[in-house]
Design a protein around this ligand. Structure first.
Ligand SMILES: [Zn+2]
Length: 159
């Protein structure tokens, strides 16, 4: 991390928490929406930064969560809705781990199929499974009805 990057963190540094960085400007609210649907996140203090300057991206959004650990399921959901963000874990005001998250190649039980006749919609409690069609995972194929969808048009399943 360079000093220049530190300057971009204009909202106060946190001692312990999770920062979701490099969110394309305007997509921060989408991630906030996902996070707020999880019961376990309802008491977590959250800061949303919109339209921060970014050398790489021009403008970006940024989210800070005052929580020690973000559940892998939530991270997967974020990676599906807004792929390519960086998730940083902060300890004692320093970044101690960071990972860029991409949409997984196989998405199990995280998205609903949009085909009303798909077996996953006809049978309650059935698993859903999608596989990436292209390398960027922008399109996925339902493993049950074999229809292809844009990843962005599928509704997430929140349990
Ligand atoms: Zn299907």
């Amino acid at each position: 991390m360079s000093k220049k990057n530190d300057k971009m963190l204009m909202i106060p540094k946190i001692k312990l928490g999770i920062v979701i960085d490099h969110i394309p400007a305007g997509d921060g609210v989408k991630i906030l929406e996902i996070i707020s649907r999880y019961e376990e996140m309802k008491d977590v203090p959250i800061t949303l930064g919109i339209n921060y300057e970014s050398k790489k991206m021009g403008r970006k959004d940024l989210i800070k969560l005052q929580i020690e650990f973000l559940a892998p399921e939530i991270i997967q959901h974020i990676s599906i809705v807004v792929p390519g963000v960086t998730i940083k874990a902060i300890k004692n005001y320093e970044v101690y781990s960071k990972v860029k998250v991409q949409a997984p190649k196989v998405i199990k039980n995280l998205l609903l199929c949009k085909n009303p006749n798909c077996i996953t919609n006809l049978e309650k409690e059935s698993d859903t499974l999608f596989e990436a069609v292209d390398s960027a995972s922008k399109q996925v194929k339902c493993a049950y009805c074999e229809r292809i969808f844009d990843l962005s048009e599928l509704e997430p399943i929140i349990r």
